[in-house]
Design a protein around this ligand. Structure first.
Ligand code: PLP
Length: 482
């Protein structure tokens, strides 16, 4: 077991800054990272305009706050002063309760691959509804969806379902521990793999607590995570082969698995280097550990997931989001030898369960969603993503705002930093006040992006829509710089 880091405040603060506390406006004509700022009057005006634009959302947020802490049920969807309340959606747009229409560039954090209320997915669900929603039996649709996944993903022979990506990664790690008889897990600094203790380590670490860049100190991300988790999780910097090699040299015989998201979504859509993923795979193999690709978000990037693009063959792959056609879902799969540990015909089988695993609605919706995403659609969507990324980069540059765009294909990140973003720390800086103001300005321009400035594409989009989004982004920058 690795030595436990000293207990001094590992818990990072998630405190949010009110938008109106922005730094004062720079006097310099050329904006630099140091001088990028929001005029306090502009910040306050954006908040006022947002409130005037969304009075019914505000009213419902006040009511929601009395029954749900913060008026929310997902920490990630909160943003100050209050989040929108959605009403209905169609294709790549949705309407809030005040009647404002937005291009949806989050798509429920990448899960709504085909946008809102796709008629083919709706028809599949409507056909199933009168027949029942879930049974404590096997279902043909479970097998069919599994066959589709195994057909698309070369490394997957067999699958199991869960209700979320969190449960998928949790079970994949359990599988790795059971299969190898070891306990240590390696994850990347900045990597998010779901809301579960083993993975709530060093997702968004405060850099003052996170130790040296090439040998990060594991940091608990949220209060409530069991302190002993720090003994089970090793943290390595993304895209750093030497650091990972050192970790395996030191702890290799105790490592059950390494889990990597090929394009780190939560850290701001940071793509792995091909060499890094191959090195990680080789190190795992050399040391008898399993290599887990977390494709919960990145499965949309290739017909066979991001692993096809990178040419890797993980032992286990985790899925969620797009494979449920817009319904709650998760799944994991891999080679038969590993997945067989769950075979309930064996009295010693590893336990994995979930009341709604593979329910009829999710599986029929998932089958429809996958059939609507053949190779040429995957390519078209990735090209639309490239168009958006290029357009955002152009707008940043023409407005003189220092920043870079990242991602691959239909997943796009925007960082208000200088220089290349190849790991969590490269992208962790940036002016938080400017980011918040820009996010509000985007909402006022009818563009729904993640507050962390992440964007993703959906299949109802086309090049004209992307150009419209880029123009709105430019206007949002104008508003933020006013
Ligand atoms: C890479 C990755 N893994 C796991 C998860 C957890 O999935 P879920 O939110 O369905 O539990 C997420 C969620 O965003 C994710 O992005």
């Amino acid at each position: 077991m690795r030595p436990e880091p000293s207990p001094s405040d590992r818990i990072t603060s998630n405190a949010t800054l009110p938008i109106s506390t922005g730094e004062s406006m720079p006097m310099a004509t050329e904006i630099t990272q140091q001088t990028l700022a929001v005029n306090p009057a502009t910040g306050a005006a954006l908040v006022r305009e947002y409130e005037a634009h969304t009075p019914r959302s505000k009213q419902l947020a006040d009511r929601a706050q009395k029954i749900m802490p913060g008026g929310e049920t997902r920490t990630i969807t909160f943003h100050p002063p209050y989040p929108l309340t959605g009403d209905h959606g169609s294709g790549c747009r949705f309407t809030d309760v005040d009647g404002n229409v937005y291009y949806d560039l989050i798509n429920n954090y990448t899960s709504l691959l085909h946008g809102h209320a796709h008629p083919v997915i709706n028809a599949a669900v409507e056909k199933q509804l009168p027949k029942g929603t879930t049974f404590a039996t096997a279902l043909e649709a479970q097998t069919e969806l599994g066959e589709i996944l195994a057909d698309r993903v070369a490394s997957v022979d067999m699958v199991r379902y869960t209700n979320s990506g969190t449960e998928a990664t949790m079970n994949a790690v359990r599988a790795a521990r059971a299969f190898t008889g070891r306990e240590l897990i390696v994850k990347m600094e900045g990597g998010y793999h779901g809301s579960f203790d083993d993975f709530e380590i060093s997702v968004h670490p405060d850099l003052t607590l996170a130790g040296p860049p090439d040998e990060p100190t594991p940091v608990i991300d949220t209060r409530g995570v069991v302190h002993s988790t720090l003994r089970e999780v090793l943290i390595s910097p993304f895209n750093n082969v030497d650091a990972l090699t050192r970790l395996f040299t030191q702890y290799g015989k105790d490592i059950a698995a390494i889990i990597i998201e090929p394009v780190m979504g939560a850290a701001g859509c940071i793509p792995a280097d091909r060499e890094f993923l191959h090195a990680a795979q080789n190190l795992a193999r050399q040391h008898g550990a399993l290599f887990i690709a977390d494709e919960v978000m990145t499965f949309r990037l290739g017909y066979g997931g991001a692993q096809e693009h990178y040419g890797i063959t993980p032992d286990l792959t985790t899925f969620a989001k797009i494979i449920g056609g817009g319904f709650p879902v998760g799944g994991f799969g891999g080679r038969t030898e590993v997945m067989s540990i769950f075979d309930a015909r064996n009295p010693n089988a590893v336990y994995q369960s979930g009341t709604f695993n593979g329910n009829a609605i999710t599986t029929v919706a998932g089958i429809a969603a996958m059939k609507l995403f053949p190779r040429d659609e995957v390519t078209r969507l990735n090209v639309l993503g490239d168009q958006l990324r290029d357009g955002l980069t152009r707008e940043l540059s023409s407005h003189g705002v220092p920043g870079v765009t990242t991602g691959y294909g239909s997943m796009i990140g925007l960082h208000l930093v200088d220089g290349e973003v190849r790991n969590y720390r490269d992208g962790a800086g940036g002016n938080a006040t400017f980011k918040r103001a820009l996010h509000l300005a985007l909402l006022l321009e009818g563009v729904f992006a993640a507050p962390r400035l992440m964007f993703c594409m959906s299949t109802p989009m086309n090049p004209e829509i992307v150009n419209d989004v880029i123009a709105r982004f430019g206007r949002a920058l104008d508003r933020t710089l006013a």
